[in-house]
Design a protein around this ligand. Sequence first.
Ligand SMILES: [Mg+2]
Length: 415
Amino acid sequence: MASFGRQVVNSTQRCDVRIMCVCACGGNRYDCTAAGRVDTGDSSMKIERIETFQVQWSPNDTPAQRSAFVRVWTDDGLYGIGEASPMQGGIASLLMIQHDIAPALIGADPLDHAVLQDRLTHKLVKLGPEGALTGALAAIDIALWDIKGKMFGQPIYKLMGGGWRTELPFYASIGGNGIERSLDDVLRHVETRMKDQPAAIKIRFDNGRVDLDSQIPDHIEKARAVRKQVGDKFPLAFDSNNGYSTGGAMRVGRVLEELDYWWFEEPVQHYHIQATGEVAQRLSITVSAGEQTYTMGGLAELIDAGVRMIQPDIVKMGGITGLQRCAALAHAHGVELVSHQTQPTVGHLANMHVVAAQLHATKPIEWNDPSDRMHSVFDEVPKPVNGLFKLPDRPGLGMDFVEDKLAERRIDVTG
Ligand SMILES: [Mg+2]
């Protein structure tokens, strides 16, 4: 079906997907090798329909354990893929898309992604401006950028102005190291993940957030043991996942400073912004927060409080458009932006495109525990080679569904 012949079109004609074409309008010439669409103003391409579905990774997955995806189709037959925050399986976000967002998008120009996001944010703000709504809009934004890349035949980072880097070091993000996991088991997990050649390791301590400080001795013992395991020079990070009071955080933070950890993530409850700022200002270790912040205003408050490293998540707020804005905010204030990202496929790739185009990438990108989710329904899921994730040079995100594999695991969420 694909023909790589060359076709001349005028300013309003469309060329078929994967046919190389040249626009000879107004003396300008545009190549659109992969996506097959030429435009000199209003693209006239319209959003035609939006699919919302979960992917079930294991037959025993509960609905809350599945991932949440969207596929946005245009009337040209192009589509883009997006992912919503997986909290509770992303079901609330997918239903919002079906009921509240899709009706406003059908017939819109996908290239208007930023306008559409801002319009819908304000229109739907009373649904709750944080969480499910921002996750839904993030999924749509990522899908529209995927369409945009396919339309212009370029990887997304190129459309953002180019990449400062196209091979990205990563840190291995290891969860579940709290009281439920023995010290020996923590060390085994670290040893296993070191085989992927990460640039750093982050150990995460999960808790119910309702019994602050109760596990501090266990956490400190494990932080010391991991430092001893990897040696003095290897970069380490520590994520308490909101486990401490302000005083408890100071106690742990001073140990992390003694152990030369690189950063201390979410030391106190995320909604205690002043307390987070106090911990950040009183410790010399870099204190980070922001993965549970869903607005630019919220990030600005963290920065005002004294946080010097923010961690917005591309599938929780803003999508690609939003994370670009966060990078500008961080840059304007001289604050590090080290994005949070634990979804191994669409979220990870979208994040990689933004980090590639980000001026200062002071720390490696996050890579969560590897799992079957990386391989099951996509054709070219990013995997590290010699400790680096390479940006694909395909148009758009650079990854696509394998339809028969997707059909085996797909569960429509339509409400
Ligand atoms: Mg975290």
